[in-house]
Design a protein around this ligand. Structure first.
Ligand code: SF4
Length: 153
């Protein structure tokens, strides 16, 4: 485990947020709707979707919030509003350069500095992208235990 992953593992899930890229959704079948808070997933959505599985895991673990952002600016606003101590971000290279960099700069001003673990996409291109989902799930769950009787996703 890297030093930043160890730092994240020590943060209670109630003080963590998960930032997801909207481009991970299946673009042809996703029933989600965009709002000022990002892409909103209907609770009964059962599409084969990395965003859905990652979001459900974070909710089960008790994360402070999950934002499926259409861009770095919204992710930045979400972080400002929530002041998390831990951030897991699943992001494409473009977002890494823009929004996530902004999140890092913002986080650097906070005390103590939040732990930020970034999982890059394995296939980007803005639509129907992909991530190493096992790795992303592992990062979301670092240091956490699920409530008894709960499956992971
Ligand atoms: S879980 Fe995935 S497919 Fe379903 S609404 Fe959310 S982003 Fe769209």
């Amino acid at each position: 485990m890297s030093a930043i992953e160890e730092q994240l593992a020590r943060v209670d899930p109630s003080q963590r947020v998960l930032l997801l890229s909207h481009c991970l959704r299946p673009s042809q079948t996703c029933p989600g709707k965009y709002s000022k808070q990002g892409l909103e997933c209907p609770p009964d959505c059962n599409e084969d979707c990395s965003n859905g599985r990652l979001r459900r895991l974070a909710v089960k673990l008790g994360y402070k919030g999950v934002c499926i952002a259409p861009g770095g600016r919204l992710a930045l606003k979400f972080v400002k509003e929530n002041s998390p101590q831990g951030i897991v971000a699943i992001a494409c290279h473009k977002e890494l350069e823009e929004g996530i960099q902004g999140v890092k700069e913002l986080a650097a001003e906070a005390a103590p500095n939040p732990a930020i673990v970034v999982v890059p996409l394995t296939k980007d291109g803005c639509v129907d992208t992909e991530v190493n989902e096992e790795l992303a799930l592992e990062m979301v769950a670092l240091g956490c235990t699920l409530p008894s009787g709960e499956g992971r996703a």
